[in-house]
Design a protein around this ligand. Structure first.
Ligand SMILES: Nc1ncnc2c1ncn2[C@@H]1O[C@H](COP(=O)(O)OP(=O)(O)OP(=O)(O)O)[C@@H](O)[C@H]1O
Ligand SMILES: [Mg+2]
Length: 233
């Protein structure tokens, strides 16, 4: 078990609610990381931090318990066959949301998709492999690929793999793809759902539209319908 200094942790007590603080401390005591380092992103539903594990870094994604958009989360998850019995209970939804991202990442990884390795999850906290070197890898929107066609094709191959594994990302855009040395790394899988979900086709069409629109803007044209056929072939 990693050695955790309580003193070092005290400072975070003012940042998180008690429940989240205890969850973080438990994950750290289990040896997944030693201490939080710095905030990476303050998002709509989650805060992302980097954390130290030995000489390495990992990513800690913390879903907020109070201020996130539960109704929107519930709207998405209630159609997922795996969560059909879920009642609209706030915390349970956030926990299920966290667990779902972990499970989706596992499945995506097994399907051969380039995603951060999910390390562990507990309640509203998810530990992930750190994508990047010293800094986190830039989002696609902030780092235009040198070869747009090849990068686009790699994304489509990724979507194909995901589809074959029975999944649709459902929140794909140039915000949720990192450009790691000209390789796409797909992130943010909490909305990712099964093809069995009655809304999966609508989500897939939207994902493809987002990607095609972005690439059109940066000067690479593609056909959305043709791309959809390739992904679902
Ligand atoms: N494994 C990772 N490695 C490196 N950076 C990451 C990783 N996971 C997330 N990030 C960074 O944190 C940001 C937010 O992560 P993510 O998209 O998963 O959360 P989010 O809740 O969707 O945030 P937002 O509300 O801003 O969309 C990403 O855009 C990325 O910059
Ligand atoms: Mg995101």
């Amino acid at each position: 078990m990693a050695k955790i200094s309580k003193e070092k942790w005290k400072v975070w007590g003012n940042v998180f609610d008690d429940f989240t603080f205890r969850t973080l401390f438990k994950l750290a005591s289990q040896g997944h990381f030693e201490e939080l380092k710095s905030p990476v992103s303050i998002g709509k539903e989650s805060n992302v931090f980097s954390a130290k594990k030995g000489n390495e870094k990992i990513i800690i994604k913390i879903y907020r318990l109070e201020t996130c958009d539960f109704n929107r989360m519930y709207d998405y998850i209630k159609y997922d066959p795996r969560y059909i019995n879920l009642k609209s209970q706030k915390r349970k939804i956030v926990f299920a949301w966290t667990q779902r991202e972990y499970r989706n990442l596992m499945k995506a990884r097994e399907a051969g998709l380039n995603v951060p390795r999910p390390i562990a999850f507990l309640n509203n906290v998810l530990c992930l492999e750190f994508v990047g070197n010293k800094e986190t890898a830039p989002k696609l929107k902030d780092k235009i690929p040198k070869n747009k066609k090849i990068f686009f094709e790699k994304i489509i191959q990724g979507l194909q793999k995901l589809y074959k594994a029975g999944l649709v990302h459902a929140d794909l855009s140039h915000f949720n793809i990192l450009n790691l040395k000209e390789e796409p790394v797909f992130i943010d899988f909490s909305q990712c759902t099964l093809i069995r979900n009655p809304r999966s086709e609508e989500f897939l069409i939207r994902d493809i539209k987002n990607i095609c629109n972005f690439f059109r803007k940066i000067g690479f044209k593609s056909d959305e319908e043709k791309t959809l056929k390739i992904v679902t072939k």
